[in-house]
Design a binder for this molecule. Structure first.
Ligand code: KG4
Ligand code: ZN
Length: 356
């Protein structure tokens, strides 16, 4: 079964074909069944505004969807008539951006007379690490860390999600992005902080680990303020708050200390969650799960409690069409599909998803 996946919830236009007949291949590249994918990022379009402009995002998705679709078919060496089903991101996200992919996908499915299904963006992230040859079995704890969400979930099966904890303010990725901006780094901040941190001392400055001893919820706004104050106290510009004026080593030390505090907080909450629900597998997903300091720290800390950590290749951690195609495949295979009405939902609790 070949499923076309469409991701347009924010500022990436992602399209991919998941082909279930490729699942049994011997090589475990962490993206079993992926026949091909194309991804267009709107980062440059929004950069001058300092954030994503929803109307511009929608218009750009419309411009790119058809050419990217043809590019994907060429890359996969198939024609549109070879597509057996279409999955599109239905929410959560920017409503206009969601509508572009949903309408394109739903109309194409109608024309091709194949089923279509709307997918929850965060479920796409959650299931992406299962695209390996030896996927972690349910149940597991999932840490979903993206630009818009920070969630700790007990996943008992596809669509059977129990929220254990979430951020009460900024998302983890958002905090990386804001800290990066204060340090004069470009968006998206996560990878740029990680790069700058490579030459910094993670113990140079002590940053707060908010809500460490209070349940499984997160709070990152205090950390943001702490970074702001640290930059003001250390930069050579006399307190303008523009970290790009600081000594390069000081900036690297701030980046490393910040990353260390973020990772430390996330890891401690994951350990706590695994113990609380008595599970031994952790699956991390979403853009921040591409962070190599987070991955290696989790590997070390979880080994101490006989638990394992699982994640997708970096390209499948950030937004992409493959995760939507794969989630769509899982639900279509279980007999689920959506009718002709296209309803996108900007906010959509994961606990409302139907079980598979
Ligand atoms: O999942 P994603 O691509 O989009 C959303 O659904 O939000 O996540 C994007 C977020 C951004 O905040 C970005 O800075 C962060 O993921 N990110 C990272 C890394 N790569 C992406 N954060 C830390 N380290 C990384 N290597
Ligand atoms: Zn995402």
């Amino acid at each position: 079964m070949k499923v076309l996946g469409l991701e347009t919830s924010c500022d990436e236009t992602g399209l991919a074909i998941f082909d279930s007949e490729l699942i049994d291949s011997d090589s475990d590249n962490g993206q079993q069944g992926l026949l091909g994918q194309v991804l267009y990022s709107q980062i440059e379009l929004h950069a001058v505004y300092g954030g994503v402009v929803p109307e511009l995002a929608s218009r750009d998705h419309i411009r790119k969807l058809v050419p990217l679709f043809h590019e994907l078919l060429d890359q996969c060496g198939i024609s549109k008539n070879d597509i057996d089903a279409i999955a599109y991101t239905k929410g959560p996200g920017l409503i206009g951006a969601l509508m572009t992919g949903a309408l394109f996908g739903r109309s194409l499915a109608y024309g091709l007379e194949v089923p279509a299904i709307g997918i929850h963006h965060m479920e796409g992230h959650l299931l992406a690490p299962l695209m390996g040859a030896n996927p972690p079995a349910f149940p597991f704890v999932s840490l979903l860390v993206s630009g818009g969400h920070t969630l700790l979930i007990a996943a008992h099966g596809i669509g059977q999600y129990e929220i254990l904890g979430e951020s009460i303010d900024d998302a983890a990725g958002e905090c990386f992005d804001k800290a990066a901006k204060m340090l004069g780094l470009e968006y998206p901040g996560g990878p740029n902080i990680a790069k700058l941190a490579e030459t910094g001392n993670p113990n140079a400055y002590s940053l707060p680990r908010p809500m460490l001893h209070r349940g499984l919820d997160f709070s990152f706004s205090g950390m943001k303020t702490a970074v702001h104050n640290l930059i003001k106290d250390t930069d050579g510009s006399g307190g303008s708050g523009n970290g790009s004026d600081s000594d390069p080593q000081v900036r690297a030390d701030i980046a490393a200390s910040f990353q260390h505090a973020m990772v430390d907080t996330l890891v401690k909450k994951c350990v706590k969650a695994l113990k609380q629900v008595n599970m031994s597998r952790l699956v991390i997903a979403g853009g921040v799960s591409a962070n190599s300091h987070l991955r290696t720290t989790l590997e070390t800390e979880l080994a101490k409690i006989n638990a394992t950590v699982h994640y997708a290749p970096p390209a499948l951690c950030t937004d992409n069409g493959a995760m939507i195609a794969y989630a769509g495949y899982q639900r279509l295979q279980a007999g689920q599909s959506d009718d002709l009405a296209v309803t996108c939902v900007p906010r959509w609790p994961m606990t409302e998803l139907p079980a598979v």
